[in-house]
Design a protein around this ligand. Structure first.
Ligand code: ATP
Ligand code: MG
Length: 604
């Protein structure tokens, strides 16, 4: 491609609404254009990158035996009502765009495809002889993200590869899952990215596990905790650890103490001169289930620890059926205004004990009359602890379970693991922290969808069983931008060679110099013929402008037909290292071919 003929516009200054480097660079270098909130046009350079990423994904999927297909983006609401996700997706989470067609039929724009693919499996898979099956597609997904941001990182329309597997049993699912794990590792390695596979939260579905593939970058929205020995890595949402030991309590007798103005852990510890590890902290949450039921939750956790709200949400989702509900719509710490809607009298906030009376809750059909009391593991073994006295301005000290407080029956892990905590697999290892961009997520679904949608098969014994499913997603457009986030400098993007839109750019410093032009054109043709994807900068611009643009768009090799041509040579500059060398004109193609092949195959 000749730049003089290309729709090629670069911006000198950082666009105002871009926050992270990769977003700024993709806009400035003319890869993407913002059309609306979370909606971007992929311009020709970007489209080439996306196609290269897609090709790597496709090759790795095909290598696992998965079959490519293309499913509809327009999806009938009825299917989603069958799976029970219509209301959660369109109303509660609100992530699905929905519409009504002119025959008054409700439709949604696909944010994901479990319903569609399971309906197909229900119709087409009859026997164990047809199993296992894995289908995948590479397609635009639609999600009405509440906070679209960082360009392609969190768009409302983005490209995803999603795959779904159907297996006869858990063992077969595990095999497919392992193959996908390997394929995902290959995809990221081949794309030239530094990444980590981490244990991830599987939500309330439970299942036997899920893994996220995190591209490591400061701008990542996720926090990863890992150990140096490489044996443990998890998303902070899911991470587990051993907390520091609690200090022995110095309160050997139980008493109520006057603790004025001590409504925080810090203040009460200062006042009583004790360690937060001796305190049972009680945190109030309010959750609303999908049938409108409000449930008040009291979490008891050690004073030096924090509640992991993802773990808490999972625990509460498990309890949904107790309230005739399926899932949770909201979970938060109720502010004063929210408290007013359900309290009979004002709560002794900051002084609550694990046994705060249920009488604080108003009598109402839509409100559960009792607190759900969840106790984190960290407080179960505490002796002679400090906690609230259920009275403003007072705490109790020297308290014990089974003496002043009932032994907790709802003991769960709802604690946030933190950097510095000891690892469970080896307490000598401490958790380290890193930021990551989630580019892929593989998931053992089990029978959640096949059961509700009635997708069954007949096993070898002639019995009907629900299909065991897995799902596997890669954000193709997010992955492409992550590559930039991991590799740039002050002058612009540094693409990994494999996914760069072009391998080389031939720059003519002065287009009025016939010899420069002639050699450049000859090289341009020769390089392209040799399979080196090459641009020709034949614009009527100053050399400095051309060099700047070439750096900005991040093409791996720049070939300059400048002064050296007098000696039968051209200057070849490697973008990543800025190494410059003069190479004889008739050796340029073979030299570059070698370097580019090595760069691509080195990742294979
Ligand atoms: P996130 O936690 O970032 O919201 P998710 O858990 O909703 O993502 P999945 O449903 O697992 O994502 O989708 C699979 C992949 O699609 C993700 O790993 C991510 O790479 C990509 N993805 C998800 N949402 C977006 C988005 N709004 N914009 C771009 N890519 C996305
Ligand atoms: Mg996720």
């Amino acid at each position: 491609m000749r730049l003089s003929q290309m729709l090629f516009v670069t911006l000198r200054d950082d666009p105002a609404d871009a926050e992270i480097p990769s977003h700024k660079l993709l806009l400035r270098a003319g890869y993407i254009r913002r059309i609306g909130s979370g909606i971007y046009a992929y311009l020709p350079l970007m489209w080439r990158v996306l196609q290269k990423v897609s090709q790597i994904v496709r090759e790795e999927m095909n290598a696992t035996g998965a079959q490519e297909c293309l499913l509809p983006q327009l999806q009938p609401a009825d299917l989603w009502k069958e799976s029970g996700r219509w209301d959660t997706y369109t109303k509660a989470e609100g992530i699905m765009f929905s519409l009504i067609d002119r025959r008054e039929q409700q439709l949604g724009l696909g944010p994901t495809h479990e319903e569609v693919i399971t309906a197909i499996a229900r119709d087409m898979i009859r026997s164990y002889r047809q199993l296992p099956q894995t289908l995948y597609q590479i397609q635009t997904k639609f999600r009405d993200e509440i906070r679209p941001r960082f360009g392609l990182m969190r768009g409302r329309e983005f490209i995803m590869k999603d795959a779904y597997s159907f297996n006869a049993d858990e063992a077969s699912l595990k095999k497919t899952y392992q193959d996908m794990y390997q394929a995902y590792s290959n995809i990221l390695r081949r794309s030239g990215l530094a990444f980590r596979a981490v244990d991830a939260d599987s939500g309330a579905i439970g299942g036997s596990g899920s893994t996220e593939f995190m591209v490591l970058a400061e701008a990542g929205e996720d926090e990863v905790l890992y150990t140096e020995d490489g044996k443990y890595a998890a998303n902070v949402e899911k991470a587990v650890s051993l907390p520091v030991n609690a200090e022995p309590s110095r309160f050997t007798t139980y008493e109520k103490r006057d603790t004025p103005k001590s409504e925080t852990i810090e203040k009460v510890c200062q006042f009583l001169n004790c360690s937060p590890t001796q305190v049972v902290k009680n945190v109030l949450y309010q959750t609303v289930y999908d049938n409108g039921m409000t449930v008040l939750v009291l979490v008891s956790i050690r004073g030096d620890q924090e509640v992991n709200e993802v773990k808490l949400q999972n625990e509460l989702t498990k309890l949904a059926s107790n309230y005739g509900a399926k899932t949770i719509i909201s979970l938060n710490v109720p502010n004063a205004e929210a408290q007013q809607t359900w309290t009979t009298k004002s709560l002794p906030l900051g002084y609550i004990a694990p046994d705060i009376a249920d009488e604080y809750i108003t009598n109402s059909k839509q409100i559960n009359p009792q607190f759900v009391r969840l106790v984190d593991q960290t407080v179960v073994d505490l002796k002679n602890f400090v906690t609230g006295a259920n009275e403003t301005g007072y705490h109790v000290v020297g308290a014990n379970w089974s003496e002043q407080f009932q032994v907790p029956d709802n003991v769960v892990d709802i604690r946030k693991a933190r950097p510095g905590d000891r690892a469970i697999h080896n307490p000598e290892q401490t958790l380290q922290t890193a930021r990551g961009i989630e580019v892929g997520h593989i998931f053992q679904l089990g029978t959640k969808y096949s059961q509700v949608l009635g997708a069954t098969y007949t096993n070898e014994q002639g019995e009907e069983e629900p299909l065991v499913m897995g799902c596997y997603g890669v954000g193709v457009s997010r992955l492409a931008q992550s590559a930039v986030e991991q590799s740039y400098d002050k002058d612009g993007i540094i693409w990994p060679v494999v996914i760069a839109p072009y391998h080389a750019i031939v720059t003519i410093p002065n287009i009025n110099d016939a010899q420069q032009v002639e050699i450049a054109q000859k090289l341009y043709t020769e390089l392209n013929q040799a399979g080196i994807e090459t641009l020709l900068d034949d614009r009527d611009e100053r050399a400095g402008v051309k060099f700047k643009d070439a750096d900005l768009i991040g093409i791996p090799y720049r070939i300059v037909t400048g002064r050296a041509i007098a000696n039968g040579k051209v200057e070849v500059v490697e973008r990543a290292t800025r190494k410059s060398q003069e190479i004889a004109i008739d050796e340029v193609t073979t030299t570059l071919k070698q370097s580019i092949t090595a760069a691509i195959e080195g990742k294979n």
